[in-house]
Design a protein around this ligand. Structure first.
Ligand code: HEC
Ligand code: HEC
Length: 299
């Protein structure tokens, strides 16, 4: 099982990243309130720009607490963190955490200031929905492990002073396209809603590899269908346009809009993305990589 935790809370997973702001708009998520108000914040930010500065950091790091922490973490914890990171974060922040769709975490000042996950944990739990980072429901232990891994990466990065910026597709393509196809058509249940010659035709041409991984995990908004049962027993079906505690509105197939008071009707909502998410909650890491290899072959 992997990525089960981040996906367990459908409430935080609805919609595209860029549209998550609809659901959360918490000023506490702003970077400045996460960063401690220390001159170190500024110093680090400037310092991290140059290599000479990296040397400065590497030599003076123990006094900042972060490189020291990384060295103090048991290798077993770092390894656990590395696995967890690979499952929940790598497709956005890059396999080595030096950034992809999401920013470089190795050279992040926030990561540098973090102690045992105190700042990283906030970002993971709340996300930055308006900036493309979803909130992920990870446990304290998982967060600690990820933090240990990131500090270890940061230390290694500063020591080597040289981190690759680009990731070859070959690094992501570790699965078998053939196995992926069997999974897609068989146990994966993907065939029920998708077709390699229909909606997913040429998907690998349309989306860059990391984008494709991210979209498979956090697809865009889909139309929800609703069935409204009236007191008479009559049923009206259509696309769900609006629903709150008091009323429900649907648009039927001929384009007519119907609105009902929730008191008088029974509503069943079918969210196709819910099934998509449920499937991915069950997927193993191997199956995911096989699937990705398969989708990547749909040029
Ligand atoms: C769907 C893509 C996505 C996923 C998955 C994701 N992130 Fe992010 N993350 C982002 C984006 C985009 C930002 C930049 C937000 C901003 O500009 O404030 C970000 C920002 C961050 C930051 C703040 C960096 C800084 O210097 O301000 C941290 C720390 C972070 N992510 C850690 C993680 C960790 C750890 C995970 C896995 C548990 C993770 N992220 C999963 C996209 C993602
Ligand atoms: C019950 C229907 C359903 C099932 C089953 C399902 N999905 Fe989806 N999937 C959707 C919907 C709805 C969307 C979002 C609408 C869209 O972007 O096409 C989506 C989006 C996607 C996307 C992004 C497409 C894009 O153009 O951005 C990928 C990739 C994908 N699904 C792959 C899969 C895979 C792989 C499986 C099997 C493990 C699967 N889906 C199972 C309904 C489903």
């Amino acid at each position: 099982m992997w990525l089960c935790d981040p996906l367990t809370d459908p409430g935080t997973q609805t919609g595209k990243f860029s549209r998550l702001s609809v659901f959360r708009n918490d000023s506490a998520l702003r970077p400045h309130s996460v960063r401690p108000h220390l001159p170190w914040g500024l110093m680090l930010r400037h310092a991290l720009v140059g290599t000479a500065a990296a040397v400065f950091l590497a030599t003076s790091a123990p006094s900042l607490g972060f490189a020291g922490d990384a060295q103090a973490s048991p290798p077993e914890l770092i390894q656990r963190g590395s696995r967890q990171y690979g499952q929940s974060c790598a497709f956005c922040h890059g396999p080595d955490a030096t950034g992809a769709r999401g920013p470089d975490l190795v050279r992040s000042t926030l990561v540098a200031h973090d102690v045992n996950g105190n700042l990283i944990g906030d970002v993971i739990r709340s996300g930055r929905p308006d900036k493309g980072m979803p909130a992920l429901a990870l446990s304290d232990d998982q967060i600690k492990a990820i933090a240990a891994f990131l500090h270890d990466r940061a230390r290694a990065g500063l020591e080597s002073g040289d981190i690759p910026k680009n990731y070859a597709l070959s690094k992501l393509l570790t699965g078998s396209a053939e196995a992926g196809r069997s999974y897609f058509e068989g146990p994966g249940g993907c065939k029920r809603c998708h077709s390699p010659t229909g909606d997913l035709k040429g998907i690998a041409r349309k989306l860059a590899p990391l984008e494709l991984e991210a979209r498979m995990l956090y697809p865009g908004e889909a139309k929800k269908k609703a069935t409204v049962s009236l007191p008479s027993g009559e049923q009206v079906q259509g696309n769900l346009v609006h629903m709150d505690d008091f009323s429900v509105g649907i648009r039927d197939s001929s384009g007519w809009y119907h609105s009902y008071s929730r008191d008088n009707v029974r509503v069943e909502v079918d969210d196709p993305l819910e099934t998509h998410r449920a499937l991915l909650r069950r997927i193993t890491q191997k199956e995911f990589h096989d699937l990705f290899a398969y989708l990547e072959s749909l040029k």
